[in-house]
Design a protein. Structure first.
Ligand SMILES: [Zn+2]
Ligand SMILES: [Zn+2]
Length: 267
């Protein structure tokens, strides 16, 4: 049996056992977009604004949902993400910055940003110095951190069980989303291309065009963020969009989120 016929038979077997293998193609695309949008919202709200900069906090149920979602969609332990990002702020656009396009070049950060991230995330000194205050409970120690790759594996299996072979295509998009848009676009283009509202002591930029802000839940307003790092809100001018802040406000209105500090420290 050739490899092609083996894969064809495997695909047919997966579709025969899946729950919804025959939806219109556009519905798989829409579901994949909504899925990656939840992942992006979890990165900016939980990892970035709540854990790294401590500007907001969430009800434990919301926080645990985002922790779980990030485990199954990105395999990124909280401590590693927080440590690498705090290290970026502490050494922004210098040789100690883990992923500055000024140091490494724009194309290396956009397309190889994940390897730069992992290099810093596996540096014990970076984790020790910048990873303080992140979750250290049994779930983190026994599951999320040591079994990080189990999360995306669970997503692969559940996608196949629910959507059949389309679920496998959705999985590829879901797995590539954060490495490209966070490690590549924000870390790379966010310090290389766009406009500046504030004269910060770095090369941070706001990406022009509202679609960037929609796709990144407000993270595209990177110069605004470097200006006031612990603000829960990234938009500062009329016309700038920060969906991450809208979601935070919606959760705040129903008592599931709160602002942690009123004072604003500038970069
Ligand atoms: Zn930055
Ligand atoms: Zn930040």
């Amino acid at each position: 049996m050739s490899l092609l016929s083996l894969l064809t038979n495997l695909g047919a077997w997966i579709n025969a056992h899946a729950l919804w293998p025959d939806l219109p193609v556009w519905s798989y695309a829409l579901l994949a977009f909504l899925d990656t949008h939840i992942t992006t919202a979890s990165v900016t709200l939980y990892l970035h604004r709540a854990q790294t900069h401590r500007s907001i906090s969430f009800h434990p149920l919301v926080e645990h949902f985002m922790r779980f979602w990030l485990w199954v969609r990105t395999a990124m332990p909280t401590k590693e993400w927080v440590a690498v990002h705090r290290c970026h702020h502490a050494h922004v656009d210098t040789p100690e910055d883990p992923h500055s396009p000024i140091v490494y070049g724009i194309w290396r950060v956009v397309f190889m940003g994940t390897s730069l991230y992992h290099h810093a995330a596996h540096n014990a000194a970076v984790l020790e110095q910048y990873g303080k205050g992140t979750p250290d409970d049994a779930l983190e120690r026994r599951v999320y951190a040591p079994l990080s790759l189990l999360g995306p594996t669970l997503t692969l299996v559940t996608n196949a069980l629910v959507f059949g072979t389309w679920g496998l295509a959705m999985w590829l998009v879901e797995m590539a989303w954060i490495p490209f848009f966070a490690a590549g676009v924000i870390n790379g283009l966010g310090h290389w291309w766009g406009y500046r509202n504030f004269d910060t002591p770095d090369h941070s930029k706001n990406l022009p065009g509202r679609y960037w802000s929609i796709l990144t839940c407000g993270e595209a307003l990177h110069n605004n963020h470097h200006h006031v790092q612990n603000s829960p809100r990234f938009a500062t001018r009329s016309g700038e969009l920060d969906p991450g802040y809208w979601y935070f406000r919606a959760l705040q209105m129903v008592g599931l989120a709160s602002e942690r500090q009123e004072g604003r420290a500038t970069a």
